[in-house]
Every structure is written in structure tokens, then in C-alpha cells.
Design a protein around this ligand. Structure first.
Ligand code: ZN
Length: 374
């Protein structure tokens, strides 16, 4: 099996970069007409900026409001709009679901895709994956597309204006990246881009974890201060920490997970989704607890588990079942979660040893006890 590394053709991050959309597309040779798929709040805040930027660069933009779910029905409806426009490039703007829908439409019609995240809550923006849900909000399929985005444009003033819970959840998703990459390297697992990991992807994943430890709490404080005072008043140190965490959540974690692979942290996250109680928790919040459980499953050194616990507490990521909405969980539900986490084909099996439902159950209990300080 060959080593494979894949990523977006161009990643641009900084304050105010939303206004450079048209120029960045010109630089890459992307074509118009351009269909921008975006959530309502993103359109309110940024619609006029995108239009001006695209028109100035000679593109004919059309902005289409996202329906709210990345479902087969929504993908078909947006594909119809794109066909009518003869769109050559699709821009997905907003949270994960709007970008996933845009990506699925672009793959279906063989168009170029630009990813423009307005929150830093997951590491999906750089990836070539769409998670497709039923209209009722249940995961139906995970589509692996041939191409990563041509461009990922991250306007950190926009990220700064979003609630800080999203930034923290993004740190939870980024927390798992190094530990899962390490597990995949040990087992020789095949990642979602169709190869084994490179040293490059491992190095990015390790830098992601180091960045979280160095800058996570500072970035969160900066985010809160920036929201209160306006972005312009952040001092250079605070702004730097914030920028580095947005990069860790989006680029380092995105390249790390996709080109090194996922393991038990995300497998256990996927297991947790069967428990209705934890639907209150965001993806990255459940992944943070899943990371703790993965380390327990691996019998990681106590010092490493303590480091992860200390990091989670420093930014307010959940470390107990109660904190992800499962305070009153019974044995039968825990069993169902564990069985879902080890179903055939699940990323839990990328660990470098065979994993059973019983082992996952025990790991979740140990993680919860460690989180409670016991
Ligand atoms: Zn994730």
C-alpha cells in the first residue's frame, strides 16, 4: 500500500480575507458563473462582501440560501440551481453542513469547490468528505469525493464573531487528531484518501496537539475579549494565539485526520450518537471525550491522560459522561454505544490491536472516572 497525502490546493486565513474571494479565485484560474451556497446568517453578514469581491474580479455570482440539512433532497435541489446557472465553481459558506452540501453538488457536477467556513468548530473544511443525513437528521452515508477543495478561505474576523463554544468544540475535534494519527501509523491503517500515512501528516498532527496545549486557553480568552471589545483591540499576542488555534482546528487537524486517519476517538464518538441524551453535545465536544476514552482503551501512560484532562479543563471541553448529556446512562445504553463503536468497518478498528465492545465499554467507564477525578 502506498503512502498518500492530499489536501486543498490553496489555504488562506486571516482577518478580512472574505473580501478577497474573487481575487483568490482568479489566482487559481477558477471559472464562473459562481454559485455561493450559504446559511442565512452568513448571507446577512457577508453576502454583499462576496458579491462585490466576485463582481470586481469579473465573476457573475449567485447566492443561494442553504436549506439547513445536508440531505439527498437538498443536494439534488442545489444541483438543479447550479445546472440552471451553468455554474463552474461552487462556494460553500457557513458551518459544516452547508460546505458538505456544496461539496457533494460540486462532485456530482464535476465543478470546482471553494470552502468558506464561518466557524472553526470542526476540521471538515479542508477535506473531500460529505456526511449526508436523512431529512430527519440521521446519518445516511459518508461520501468520499475525488477532490479536496481548490480553495479554503478562512476569515478570522468572521470566526471571532461566532459564539466561543464553536471554537472550543473545534479544539475538541483537533485534540483527537494526533492520537488517532499515531494509532493509524502503528497499525498501518488506510486513511480516507486511500493510502497509509506520510511522515508529513504525522508531523502536522503532532503540531496540532502542541499548538492546542500552547495556545488553546489563550485563544479562548482572546476570543472572549475580542467579542466584548471588537477584534481591533486584541493585542498582538492574543491575536496570534487565536490565529494559531483557528489554523490548528481547521488546517492542521483537517490535513492530519484526512491524510493520517481516524481511530477510536471518532469511532467512540460515532457510538455516542446512538444515545439521544448526547445530541446536546457538538461533534467536537463528543470527540474530546472520545479521545480520553481512546487513551484509556490504549492503556496510555497516566501522564499522557493527565495532559489531555488538563487541556480539556483549561478550555472547558467535556471530560465526563454527564458533561456530554449522559449523566443517567444505564448499562444497556453503554453496551449499545460500545457495539456501535465497533461495528464492522468502523474507524475504531484502525487501532493497532483488536477492539471488542467490552473493551470500549470499559474504556468509556475509565474515561468517565478519570474525568471525575477518581
Ligand atoms: Zn471530527
Amino acid at each position: 500500500m502506498a503512502e498518500v497525502f492530499a489536501g486543498p490546493a490553496r489555504y488562506v486565513q486571516g482577518p478580512g480575507v472574505a473580501a478577497t474571494l474573487g481575487d483568490e479565485m482568479t489566482r487559481l484560474g477558477l471559472g464562473g458563473p459562481v454559485l455561493v451556497l450559504a446559511g442565512a446568517s452568513a448571507i446577512r453578514r457577508l453576502g454583499a462582501i462576496w458579491e462585490q469581491s466576485l463582481e470586481r474580479a469579473g465573476f457573475a455570482p449567485a447566492i443561494h440560501p442553504f436549506g439547513g440539512e445536508c440531505s439527498r433532497r437538498e443536494i439534488a435541489a442545489v444541483a438543479d440551481v447550479a445546472r440552471r446557472l451553468s455554474a463552474q465553481t461552487i462556494v460553500g459558506a457557513g458551518g459544516g453542513k452547508a460546505i458538505d452540501t456544496a461539496r457533494a453538488v460540486a462532485a456530482e457536477l464535476e465543478l470546482d469547490i471553494v470552502s468558506l467556513p464561518t466557524i472553526a468548530s470542526t476540521d471538515a473544511p479542508t477535506s473531500a468528505i460529505s456526511v449526508v443525513y436523512s431529512d430527519a437528521g440521521v446519518v445516511e452515508e459518508v461520501r468520499l469525493h475525488p477532490q479536496n477543495p481548490a480553495l479554503v478561505l478562512v476569515d478570522t474576523d468572521v470566526i471571532l464573531a461566532a459564539p466561543d463554544r464553536y471554537l472550543v468544540a473545534g479544539m475538541g475535534d483537533a485534540l483527537s487528531t494526533w492520537f488517532e494519527a499515531r494509532a493509524c501509523a502503528r497499525s498501518g491503517a488506510i486513511h480516507s484518501r486511500g493510502g497509509t500515512t506520510t511522515r508529513a501528516a504525522l508531523a502536522l498532527a503532532e503540531l496540532c496537539w502542541r499548538t492546542l496545549r500552547a495556545d488553546g486557553a489563550l485563544a479562548l480568552a482572546a476570543h472572549r475579549a475580542g467579542q466584548l471589545d471588537g477584534a481591533g483591540t486584541l493585542d498582538a499576542g492574543a491575536r496570534g494565539a487565536f490565529e494559531r488555534i483557528v489554523e490548528a482546528n481547521t488546517l492542521l487537524s483537517g490535513l492530519g485526520f484526512e491524510s493520517a486517519g481516524l481511530a477510536a476517538a471518532h469511532g467512540i464518538h460515532n457510538g455516542l450518537t446512538v444515545a439521544p441524551g448526547c445530541h446536546i453535545a457538538l461533534h467536537g465536544e463528543k470527540v474530546a471525550f472520545g479521545t480520553l476514552a481512546q487513551l484509556c482503551l490504549e492503556d496510555a501512560p497516566a501522564g499522557e491522560i493527565d495532559e489531555v484532562l488538563a487541556f480539556c479543563r483549561s478550555v472547558g471541553l467535556p471530560v465526563t459522561l454527564r458533561q456530554i448529556g449522559l449523566g443517567a446512562i444505564d448499562g444497556a445504553m453503554l453496551r449499545r454505544i460500545a457495539e456501535r463503536a465497533v461495528q464492522p468497518g468502523e474507524v475504531t478498528h484502525n487501532e493497532p490491536f483488536p477492539v471488542t465492545a467490552g473493551m470500549v465499554e470499559e474504556a468509556i467507564r475509565r474515561a468517565d472516572a478519570a474525568g471525575q477525578g477518581g
